[in-house]
Structure formats: structure tokens, C-alpha cells
Design a protein around this ligand. Structure first.
Ligand code: DAH
Length: 334
């Protein structure tokens, strides 16, 4: 009787076919749990005659070992399959989400690309600057009120976070001989309260061209070409006289508002013009400060804020949006 039960289970195990995880669970329930038919066989051993007991015990134990190994082998197979199906490099990909460039990077790259096509090389300089490169060499006399044009983060008596990329002009003039034609993008810092229109750091692109016989007309031509390519429109330029210690004459450059084409809107504060950058002819004393003969060479310089151009191009009205890293804003540039 017991022998029949053993043989029945044995023949079941011989043909068992586990295909799914549910089959595996069912197998465990039927053959390996305490109340399974197989486990219950052990209860009958005591009823077997002593001379057969050893042999029967051996057979039941053997059955149990077979069932356990079937279970373990199939469980392992499922685990291996699952791992491989997750990492199957031959499967087509589901695609993945690309990040997007920051709007300031997009604009900075466009500016660089335009000027490179116009023959300018790329350069940069340190963000921690000494007084000479940020101020003195650029004709900001010590204790002169012009230094207050830019609220400065001082690091020590001699060093500060650069307040403008004009400092890189000096680094280029002291390390190379004219002709020099460079643009220099980078981050600058000012000790200003953060608001929709000001931040304690922002980005600029500086440009210089120093050679024999460089004139204001050359400056106008290059800036006109830049503006046309940057804004893709037939914009007009306007140069307003201004003051910067390192240029003489100095100017601020406006373009006709490309939103309203000059008829007046919020962006241009109903004036029809928007300011884009500062520029001018490099003051001869700045050339001399850097051992460039101002009788032989002349040059122009210009500097623009990248945020300002990005705000105009994308009609962003709050500077802080560039620095919040809010994905709702950034995803719009993918
Ligand atoms: N450095 C000036 C600023 O940060 C901008 C500037 C004006 C740069 C005139 C120039 C320039 O090169 O010629 O406000």
C-alpha cells in the first residue's frame, strides 16, 4: 500500500514539467510542504514491519531528495532567465530620454560660432582675478569711482571674482603679439541683490581685435554682421556714446526691437530699441599697459551679456529662471 504511494509519486516526478513560475509554486505545494502527499509518507514509516522499515525509509528520503533537486534546479533556471532577459543586449532598445542643452549654452555656442566664422579665435581666463587684470590694466585707476560701476566680491586684498570678461583682454595682450582677434566667453560675478533683472553671477562674451589701422568702422561692420546672424532679421543698429575706462570712444549698442520691429512693446519698453552690448576703441593707455605700441596698433573691444541675449531671443522675463534648474523650463529647450 505504502509502496504503491511511493511508486505513484515517483512516476509523477519522472514526468513533471515545470513551465511557469506558477507551476513551480504548485510543485512546491504538492511535494515539499509539510502537508504534501510526499511529506505525509514519512508518517507511515512506523507502521511498516521493522525488517522493511530501513528500505522504505530510504525510498521516501530518496523521493524527497529528487523533489527538492527538481525544485531548486527549476528555480535557478527561472532566476537566470529573468536576469538574462533584463540584460539582453540583443533586444531593441526602448529609446531613452535625451537631456537638453541649457538655453545659456545654446546662445553662447551660437555667439561663438558666428564670431568664429568671422575669423575670431576662442580664449578664456580665470574667474578669480587679481586687481591688475580686472581693473588696473584696464585703466580703472585705484580709488577711482569707475570701480564702483561693478560691485565686486573681494576674496583678499589683491584678488576678486572677476566682474567682467574684459580681464581676459589683458591676459591675451600680455601673452601674444598683434594681430589679435579673439572672443572670450565666461562667467562673471557681481555683488548684487538677486532679482528678476540682476544676479550675483552671470555670463558674458568679450571680443577684441587689435591690428594696424583698426577703426570704429571695422567694429560696426563686425557687430552688424553678428547681429544679423544672431537674430536672423534685418535689424538696425544704434551706437550711443557711453563711458568705459578701457575704451575711447566708448559706446553702447542698441538694435531695433525684433519683437515689435521698432513700433514699441514690453520688451523694448516702448522705445523701439533694445541694448545689446558695450563696445569701443581700445584706449591707447590699455595697449601701452600691455606693451603694445599704440602708435603702431589700434583695436576695438566689445562685451555682451549672454543672459540678456537669451532673454530677448526666448522672451524670458526673469533672470532667475536661468539658474533655478527647473525642469519645466529646461525641457522646453530639448
Ligand atoms: N566690461 C563691460 C561690462 O561688464 C562691458 C564692455 C564694455 C566690454 C565695453 C567691452 C567694451 O569690451 O569695449 O559692463
Amino acid at each position: 500500500m505504502l509502496e504503491d504511494k511511493i511508486n505513484k509519486i515517483k512516476s509523477e516526478l519522472d514526468v513533471i514539467n515545470i513551465k511557469t513560475y506558477e507551476d513551480l509554486e504548485l510543485f512546491k505545494l504538492n511535494y515539499l510542504t509539510k502537508k504534501s502527499e510526499l511529506s505525509l509518507l514519512f508518517n507511515f514509516i512506523k507502521e511498516v514491519s521493522p525488517e522493511l522499515r530501513k528500505e522504505i525509509g530510504f525510498k521516501i528520503n530518496n523521493l524527497k531528495n529528487i523533489a527538492e533537486s527538481i525544485f531548486e534546479t527549476n528555480k535557478l533556471l527561472f532566476e537566470v532567465n529573468q536576469t538574462f532577459s533584463l540584460n539582453d543586449s540583443t533586444l531593441p532598445s526602448n529609446g531613452f530620454n535625451n537631456g537638453s542643452k541649457h538655453p545659456l549654452s545654446i546662445i553662447q555656442n551660437q555667439i561663438i560660432e558666428i564670431f568664429q566664422k568671422l575669423g575670431f579665435s576662442l580664449s578664456d581666463g580665470p574667474e578669480i582675478e587679481d586687481d591688475w587684470h580686472n581693473f588696473s590694466a584696464l585703466n580703472f585707476p585705484e580709488n577711482h569711482p569707475a570701480r564702483d560701476m561693478q560691485d565686486t566680491f573681494f576674496i583678499s586684498e589683491e584678488h576678486a571674482l572677476r566682474t567682467h570678461t574684459s580681464s581676459v583682454q589683458v591676459r591675451i595682450m600680455e601673452s601674444e603679439k598683434p594681430p589679435l582677434r579673439y572672443i572670450m566667453p565666461g562667467r562673471v560675478y557681481r555683488n548684487e541683490a538677486v532679482s528678476a533683472r540682476a544676479n550675483c553671477f552671470f555670463h558674458q562674451v568679450e571680443g577684441i581685435y587689435i591690428d594696424k589701422n583698426v577703426s570704429f568702422a571695422d567694429l560696426k561692420l563686425v557687430l552688424f554682421e553678428f547681429t544679423k546672424q544672431m537674430f536672423n532679421k534685418d535689424v538696425k543698429l544704434r551706437f550711443r556714446p557711453s563711458y568705459f575706462p578701457f575704451t575711447e570712444p566708448s559706446a553702447e549698442m542698441d538694435i531695433t526691437c525684433f519683437i515689435c520691429s521698432g513700433s514699441g512693446c514690453n520688451i523694448c519698453k516702448h522705445s523701439g530699441w533694445v541694448e545689446i552690448m558695450g563696445c569701443g576703441m581700445i584706449d591707447p593707455s590699455v595697449l601701452e599697459n600691455n606693451n603694445i605700441d599704440s602708435n603702431k596698433y589700434s583695436g576695438y573691444a566689445f562685451g555682451m551679456g549672454i543672459e540678456r541675449i537669451a532673454m530677448l531671443k526666448y522672451q524670458i522675463n526673469d533672470l532667475r529662471l536661468f539658474f533655478d534648474n527647473d525642469l519645466r523650463m529646461l525641457k522646453q529647450f530639448s
